[in-house]
Design a protein around this ligand. Structure first.
Ligand code: PEP
Ligand code: MN
Length: 358
């Protein structure tokens, strides 16, 4: 009896090997079809053909597996083959990091980011006045910060909330940044403003709400300005990477990707900071990865541990909002750091910003 089981098992092992070889041959064929379909611009998935194949297989089913089991097994094989075809398409993305590709280094008017060059981006949520911004810039300069953020066109949830100073805000940002030897980061929300933004702003920010505004992505892709692309609040990393592809497709490879928290069921933070995004993005694309701690958390009390965590995970830059007097800020007052809090934040991060840690 035992002998018989042993023999049957050996026969089964042999069949496993043969099945594996057949599956692998099928996989190679699927890959070749994927490449040809790519060239012809055809869809990988052909539901009619798949339905016909399943029907023929079920009709030819000699048993003992049920028709449902045969259909299920082959469906899995078809799915795995379709995934293989998809892989050939994914490999084609221009944003993808090829094996051995070095990190991209973005030159922001002489301030380098990526490839070991780390930066802190800080400044108020919104540019409110020349006095407010100068006060912040002077604070940041004291900490050696070179990148000044400040929104002039604010995408606000409520149309009754402060909408930003608009174009005059950019003029203030430029003037103050020049005075303090800093470069500017500011959001552009509309295709009609891209040209003007290029006059005043060094890094064009595409906000979370516009991550899939494809016309805006194309237009900033036509400039050669560094683009800070924020992850949409409900966007998967694949969608985020494809949004970056829109920019790169137009010829602009000066892309910075920014994780800024995603929507989850958790309510103790404004969004949920997806730290896994950092190493996954770093591994997939060569561009610098930034983490916006302020919009990810909506709070000021947990930024040091999170800042350390994202730097340890490989982030090239961290963004935080800071205001001379957060209590009277016209937007995001609850999350902006006061000058004292900003000082404590920088001190908390300092050990992780030293080259030994990076
Ligand atoms: C911002 O940085 O000012 C902003 C609005 O961020 P987000 O697009 O990530 O919400
Ligand atoms: Mn804000």
């Amino acid at each position: 009896m035992d002998e018989e089981i042993k023999t049957l098992r050996e026969e089964m092992e042999l069949l496993n090997g043969q099945l594996l070889e057949l599956l692998s041959r099928r996989g190679h064929l699927a890959r070749r079809i994927g490449i040809l379909k790519d060239r012809l611009g055809l869809e990988y998935f052909d539901p009619k053909r798949e339905g016909d194949m399943l029907k023929r297989l079920v009709e030819a089913n000699p048993g003992p597996f049920s028709d449902a089991s045969v259909a299920h097994l082959f469906k899995q094989i078809f799915q795995a083959s379709a995934d293989l075809m998809g892989m050939t398409r994914d490999q084609k993305l221009r944003v993808h990091r090829a094996p051995g590709d070095p990190d991209a280094v973005i030159d922001i008017g002489g301030v380098l980011l990526g490839g070991g060059h780390r930066q802190i981006v800080a400044g108020p949520c919104s540019v409110e006045s020349e006095a407010q911004l100068s006060s912040v810039a002077s604070l940041l300069q004291g900490h050696g910060i070179r990148l000044l953020r400040g929104g002039a066109y604010k995408p606000r949830t409520s149309p009754y909330a402060f909408q930003g100073l608009r174009a005059p805000g950019w003029e203030i940002l430029r003037q103050v940044a020049d005075r303090f030897g800093m470069k500017t980061v500011s959001e552009v929300v509309d295709t009609r403003d891209v040209e003007n933004a290029c006059r005043w702003v060094d890094v064009l920010q595409i906000g979370a709400r516009n991550m899939q505004n494809f016309e805006l992505l194309r237009l900033v892709g036509q400039t050669r300005k560094p683009v800070l692309l924020k992850r949409g609040m409900s966007a998967t990393l694949d969608e985020f990477i494809l949004a970056a592809e829109y920019i790169v497709l137009e010829g602009n490879r000066n892309v910075i990707l920014c994780e800024r928290g995603i929507r989850t069921f958790e309510t103790s933070t404004r969004n949920t900071l997806d730290i896994s995004a950092v190493p996954i993005l770093k591994e997939t694309v060569p561009f610098p990865v930034m983490v916006d701690l302020s919009h990810a958390t909506g709070r000021r009390d947990i930024l040091v541990p999170l800042g350390r965590a994202v730097l340890a995970a490989g982030a090239d830059a961290v963004m935080v909002e800071t205001h001379p007097n957060p209590a009277v800020a016209l937007s995001d007052s609850q999350q902006q750091l006061s000058p004292e809090e900003f000082g404590a934040f920088m001190a908390g991060l300092a050990p992780c910003l030293e080259p030994a840690c990076g």
